[in-house]
Design a protein around this ligand. Structure first.
Ligand code: PMP
Length: 437
């Protein structure tokens, strides 16, 4: 179904979005929301509850985007809302130490392997940017290694693509980023021990840190082999570089101790966002006391934030973690994930195009190509994007919202039920049955 043949009433959304286009670049506050990859007008959302979002035209969508990951308890969970309301009533920000930030810090350090101290930020971008600064300050080295296909926020030196050749210094992937800003960032492929070893053989003594999403979830879901992650752990240790796990998506989602717990691999630094903010703007980064105490005011690495550790945001995070911990949330999410997998697998197997479900706990993605799901970014077949447009709109027409890009993952929440999953599966079956290939 093409975007122009929508049967749903989207008159008000279209009007507001038209106005948005004159006032906000692309009509949005973050690019992928603009539906650039799938076409059409995005529904303009006014409210959400549990597993559903509602738009200005009165349409209701069963939501598998979850605001791109934070809403692990679902939209507007009563406990999270109550915690936020109570915190707001006490004041929105103090610019001073608060009990909530100490409590959330205790919860994060208790949950995550090797973590002794954390610092809160207001976004995941700030968390990764700051963790890298800490690694550089701690090691006294400049080079950063990242993997093609991993996203770590939009700091200048992270908006980088691999140059040509096996071991290359990065080139900016965004206008407005001077080449000089990315020349200390080396980009290599995931799932490639040899590339990693070649890089360290050449530059090992200058590498401050390797940053990786241990379960890369920003370019499809590129599930890594444990042996590869283990090799990344070993080689960084051998060369005195720090290993940073970017757990902004994975943290408190795939397990209480994030991907580190799942793989049994402990990084030197970890970054968080999304789930720990319970839907409010929170990021965090942490490590051992020895590493983290290099931060101001104790040490020479500067990092700060007017709204960092915001008491309302901390309250939302704490309420979210409470729900996950008390309700055995991670076991419940795994159960839902397994159920979704069982429902979707036969539907995808009989689809008119090759398709395979990839899933880690409550994170899922469909690999629209033949063979084993890809483990690295350049193994993804770009043709999928053409089909995806039809699939996305086919689902939206039936009231099911998935991410408006073939490269973005889906998220389950504690608000999803077996019925919701069955609705999704049936909508997908119908959509694939009418796919034009
Ligand atoms: N790291 C990862 C792994 C992410 O997925 C994201 C956001 N999608 C970020 C960092 C940046 O977080 P934010 O958008 O909160 O700045």
């Amino acid at each position: 179904m093409s975007p122009s043949t929508t049967t749903r009433n989207n008159e008000k959304s279209a009007q507001i979005f038209e106005r948005a286009l004159t006032l906000l670049p692309g009509g949005v506050s973050s690019p992928v929301r603009a539906f650039g990859a799938v076409g059409g007008t995005p529904p303009v959302i006014t409210s959400a509850e549990g597993a559903y979002v509602h738009d200005v035209d009165g349409n209701r969508f069963l939501d598998f985007v979850g605001s791109w990951g934070p809403l692990i308890t679902g939209h507007a969970h009563a406990d999270v809302v109550a915690a936020i309301q109570a915190a707001v009533a006490r004041g929105t920000t103090f610019g001073a130490p608060t009990p909530n930030e100490v409590e959330l810090a205790a919860r994060v350090t208790d949950a995550y392997p090797g973590l002794e101290k954390v610092r809160f930020t207001s976004s995941g971008t700030e968390a990764t940017m700051s963790a890298i600064r800490v690694a550089r300050g701690f090691t006294g080295r400049d080079l950063l290694v990242k993997f093609a296909g991993c996203y770590h926020g939009h700091a200048d030196h992270l908006l980088v693509q691999a140059g040509s050749g096996l071991v290359t210094f990065g080139a900016p992937s965004s206008a407005g980023v001077p080449a000089a800003f990315t020349e200390k960032t080396l980009v290599i492929d995931l799932d490639d021990e040899q590339g990693l070893e070649a890089l360290f053989a050449e530059h090992g003594a200058e590498i401050a840190a390797v940053i990786i999403e241990p379960i890369p979830a920003n370019n499809g879901l590129l599930v890594q082999r444990r042996e590869f992650l283990q090799r990344v752990r070993e080689i960084t240790r051998e060369h005195g570089a720090l290993l940073i796990f970017d757990e902004v998506i994975n943290g408190f989602r795939v397990a209480r101790g994030g991907a580190a717990e799942l793989f049994g691999i402990t990084p030197d630094l970890a970054t968080f966002g999304k789930v720990i903010g319970g839907g409010l703007p929170v990021g965090a980064f942490g490590g051992s006391a020895e590493v983290m105490d290099i931060l101001a005011p104790l040490g020479p690495v500067y990092q700060a934030g007017t709204l960092s550790g915001n008491p309302v945001a901390m309250a939302a995070g704490l309420a979210t973690l409470d729900l996950l911990e008390k309700g055995e949330g991670w076991a419940q999410l795994e159960k839902l994930g397994a159920e979704l997998e069982a429902l979707l697998t036969p539907i995808l197997e009989s689809a008119p195009i090759p398709a395979r479900l990839v899933r880690v706990g409550s994170i899922f993605w469909v690999s629209w190509q033949a063979g084993d799901p890809p483990r690295r970014a350049d193994a993804i077949d770009c043709k999928a994007a053409d089909y995806y447009r039809q699939i996305f709109h086919g689902l939206l027409e039936q009231g099911v919202a998935i991410a408006p890009s073939a490269y973005e993952v889906g998220f389950l929440s504690l608000a999803h039920t077996s019925e919701h999953l069955a609705t999704f599966a049936e909508a997908l079956r119908k959509t694939l049955a009418t796919l034009t290939v």
